[in-house]
Each structure stands twice: as C-alpha cells, then as structure tokens.
Design a protein around this ligand. Structure first.
Ligand SMILES: [Ca+2]
Ligand SMILES: [Ca+2]
Length: 225
C-alpha cells in the first residue's frame, strides 16, 4: 500500500515538473503573432499590446483621479457633464512611466457604475485640452487606442451635475440600499467618491458626507420619508 502511494507521489511530481516546464517554455518563447494583455486588477483596466511592446512594458498602472490640479483641469473642460478621470500608465522598470509607446495599445476600461453606456464619450486630457477619442463598446467595457500613458476621461453625456438625483450615489436612477452602502463605505474611507457622487451622497445638503446621509437614503428607500 505504502509503495503504491510513493509511486503515485513520484508520478504526480514528474507530471508537475513536466507541465510546469512546458508552460515556462511557452512563456519564454517570443511569439511575434499574438498580442499580450496587461491588467490593472483593482480597476479592471486592461491594455492589449503588440508583443514587442510587452517586452519593454512590464506593468500597467491606473488610478481614478477625484481631486487635485488634473481633476480641476478636466472639470473645466468637461464641467457640464458627469465624468470619471483615469490616469493610465505604462510602467517600465517599476518607476519609468512611458509617455509614448512604439506602437499603440488597445485599452479596455469598464464603464463606470451607473453610466449610460449608449451616451458615453472618451476624451484624452492633454496639454489643457480635451481630445475626443474614438472608442468601441464591448458589453460593459469601452475600448480605445492609446499611444502612451495619459489621462482619460469617460463622460456620461446624458448626465449633468445639476441633474444628479440626491441620494442616487451610483447614478442608476434609483435610491436604494446600495447607495447607502456606498456612503457608509466612503465614511469608513473604504471608497473615494468622485465630486459628482459626493454631490449625490450629501442628501441632507449640509456640505458633508456622513452616516446621517446614509440613514436618510435608507429611510427614503424604506419609504419612511
Ligand atoms: Ca442608486
Ligand atoms: Ca450630508
């Protein structure tokens, strides 16, 4: 019985080594035909690059900008509409942000929660200008071409800040418990709200987003108010 077990263990070890060996080989072999996809897991942003670029670019970095100088610039350019601003970076050697890629990358960006996919537009914010960028809609993602790192704004052209429904923090047109949840997450600093979401979250209009707003949202949802 013991012998059978050690044979099995040996067999499994050999299998593990060979399959691992094969996959390592496949990864090392340069494949000029296929593209490589890099992923930023936190925001779910992906970039597809020709393989030659992928050898230079080690990592895709991205974060949402919700305040500061870059946000102000975008807000001035797109201020009439609700937008989400992303800094998308191709990073080489841990820190070097590539302004320009040898050949363009295809970016795939999830449509922000509550945005009307049919009414979205994509702008690259560069040198104080908003340059409209062609994109395609793939289910719940927007896909567009980028020549390098940069700031990209997704605009919901159907929504203006003054039309934001107080209490509807995720912009889905309804005041529900998930809106209260977003407020509580923001209060607990688990989530950063964009200025437009803050506007919607401050349902009692006292200039602050706190638990009282979440409570009011829940009471409206429960039809107590
Ligand atoms: Ca909502
Ligand atoms: Ca408030």
């Amino acid at each position: 019985m013991k012998k059978a077990f050690s044979f099995l263990a040996l067999f499994l070890t050999v299998l593990l080594i060979t399959t691992h060996g094969f996959s390592a080989l496949a990864a090392d072999a340069p494949d000029t035909q296929s593209a490589i996809t890099l992923t930023e897991p936190r925001l779910g942003i992906k970039a597809k690059l020709p393989n030659e670029e992928a050898f230079k670019v080690l990592r895709l970095g991205a974060y949402e900008i919700v305040d500061g100088v870059d946000f102000e610039v975008a807000d001035n350019l797109l201020g009439d509409f609700v937008f989400s601003l992303f800094n998308i970076m191709f990073i080489r050697n841990q820190t070097e942000v590539l302004e320009q890629l040898g050949s363009p990358a295809q970016i795939f960006l999830p449509i922000p929660e509550g945005y009307n996919a049919q009414k979205c537009a994509v702008f690259r914010i560069t040198d104080g200008r908003a340059v409209e960028t062609d994109f395609t809609l793939n289910g719940s993602e927007l896909s567009f071409t980028a020549n390098g790192s940069g700031l990209f704004a997704i605009v919901d052209t159907s929504k203006k800040p003054q039309q934001v429904l107080p209490g509807d923090v995720n912009f889905d047109g309804k005041i529900r418990s998930d809106d209260a949840r977003l407020v509580l997450r923001a209060v607990a600093k688990l989530e950063t709200l964009t200025p437009f979401k803050e506007l919607a979250a401050d349902i009692d209009k006292n200039g602050k987003v706190n638990a009282a707003d979440a409570r009011k949202i829940l009471r409206i949802y429960a039809k107590l108010e």
